[in-house]
Design a protein around this ligand. Structure first.
Ligand code: AMP
Ligand code: ZN
Length: 452
């Protein structure tokens, strides 16, 4: 079976055929850098990472581009409130974002273009749309895309344009009154006082770009006018991705993206986790509870990316226990040579090729670790191979037996526990943690695992 991916454009699972053999152009809508993303947002980036890793595992060379939205209503407003320049403000959150990506084992993209570094490219696109009659300037100088001029509008979201409501078309809602039609969306927002010193003086006027045009400009610049895969969460299907298609297709007269892939929600109590509902958690909340961020990645892998998942602390803790169990079994394997087990590998690929069925692929990993007919070396080789896709970090785990000082501390703690000296036992537990190991008391004695 070859790789099949669910394409939102056709609402079917399709065999993946890249435009250029052995190469994939992949674009992911990145964050708006005005705050810390919540853990729901990170599902979108873990999903893109998983897709990229599986493509690489399957032999493709992937060019991955993820934009950073560093100018919009929110970045301007909050930077002004904090008395910081837009650049200083957005760079702070960009750095935090990159740190988080690393802690989630998300591989670096090839490019992280910032919107403010690509104003010229956006101005060129907008000029072309004006010249071709797809866009118009309103009285205040803002420029809009005329949805009625593009007959295929709605192809991705299957939206009926007659049902569109005012305000649905984008992040820039100011000056909507000056649009010809409520469906039209802003390509360029003319400067007004609320923008302060954030503007660009260009041939199409003084102002700043709309959100949608950013991704059209940056994806095309780095991946060409027609590229393979575009990812994002399901809320981006409309209007963001629908608008990207409209702008890009009308500009270039070419197909834009061949496969549109969207991840489903992380929910809380059945509702989408979001800043506006104030029901969100951040990675720092996970860390504060002493839970590893990699356990969150594992929890995400336990569901296929198109399934909505309900976040609870209990569920995350259960995922962490499972991962720790897996890793403790792994570190106890003898450090010996082995070979990747082809039968298991075939099964693993079959699941991953089926639109990234990670929950089933994970069961194969568990089967490998528990298979008593395999040598330790073979188990290790096979797990390291699968982990090129899962990204859980097996190859960085120490395989050596526990260091002597840890064994000593664990022994002392056991003695303290037998003597009901709980304070002493707690002090020793902290000492063990400081050395990078965790103790869990089980029916079979203490289980020692490295802190991930
Ligand atoms: P935003 O910064 O709002 O553009 O969101 C960044 C990414 O996170 C987008 O791809 C969204 O679709 C995605 N996203 C936002 N909220 C959630 C959620 N609760 N679950 C999964 N993905 C989400
Ligand atoms: Zn985008």
């Amino acid at each position: 079976m070859a790789l099949e991916l669910y394409n939102t454009l056709t609402r079917t699972k399709e065999k993946f055929m890249p435009l250029t053999p052995h190469h994939v152009g992949l674009y992911t809508c990145g964050p708006t850098v005005y705050n810390y993303p919540h853990i729901g947002n990170y599902r979108a980036y873990v999903f893109a990472d998983l897709l990229k890793r599986h493509l690489e595992y399957s032999g493709y060379e992937v060019t991955h581009v993820m934009n950073l939205t560093d100018v919009d209503d929110k970045t301007i407003k909050v930077s002004q409130e904090e008395g910081k320049s837009l650049k200083e403000f957005t760079e702070f959150y960009s750095k935090e974002f990159f740190r988080d990506l690393e802690s989630l084992h998300i591989e670096k993209a090839d490019e992280y273009p910032r919107a403010t570094d690509h104003i010229n490219e956006m101005v060129e696109l907008i000029s072309t749309l004006l010249d071709k009659g797809y866009a118009y300037k309103s009285d205040d100088g803002s420029i809009y895309f005329s949805v009625e001029k593009y007959k295929d509008y709605g192809q991705l979201s299957h939206i009926d344009t007659t049902e569109l409501k005012e305000g649905a078309s984008g992040r820039i809602i100011a000056d909507e009154y000056s649009k010809d039609s409520v469906n039209d969306f802003a390509l360029w927002k003319a400067w007004d006082e609320s923008d302060g010193d954030v503007f660009w003086d260009t041939k199409i006027g003084k102002g700043r770009p709309g959100w949608h045009i950013e991704c059209s400009a940056m994806s095309t610049k780095y991946l060409g006018k027609n590229f393979d895969i575009h990812t994002g969460g399901v809320d981006l299907i409309f209007p963001h991705h629908e608008n990207e298609i409209a702008q890009s297709t009308c500009c270039t007269n070419s197909s834009f993206v061949n496969y549109w892939l969207h991840n489903e929600w992380v929910l809380v109590d059945g509702k989408k986790m979001s800043k506006s509902l104030n029901n969100f958690y951040r990675l720092s909340d996970i860390e504060k509870k002493g839970i590893s961020v990699v356990a969150y990645r594992y929890w995400l892998l336990m569901a296929q990316y198109r399934t909505a998942i309900n976040f609870t602390w209990e569920a995350l803790e259960a995922a962490e226990s499972a991962l720790k169990h897996l890793m403790s079994l792994y570190i106890q394997l003898k450090d010996e040579k082995g070979v990747i087990q082809e039968t298991y590998k075939k099964e693993f690929i079959q699941y991953m090729d089926n639109d990234l069925d990670t929950p089933r692929a994970l069961t194969v990993l568990w089967e490998v670790i528990k298979d008593s007919t395999l040598s330790d070396g073979d188990k290790r080789a096979t797990i390291i191979d699968f982990d090129r896709v899962f990204g859980l970090g097996f190859k960085d785990l120490k395989l050596e037996p526990l260091p002597d000082n840890i064994i000593q501390l664990v022994d002392q703690r056991e003695t303290a526990r037998k003597e009901h000296n709980w304070d002493e036992a707690d002090v020793l537990r902290t000492a063990i943690q400081k050395e990078g190991y965790e103790v869990k008391d089980t029916d079979h004695g203490p289980l020692i695992t490295p802190i991930l």
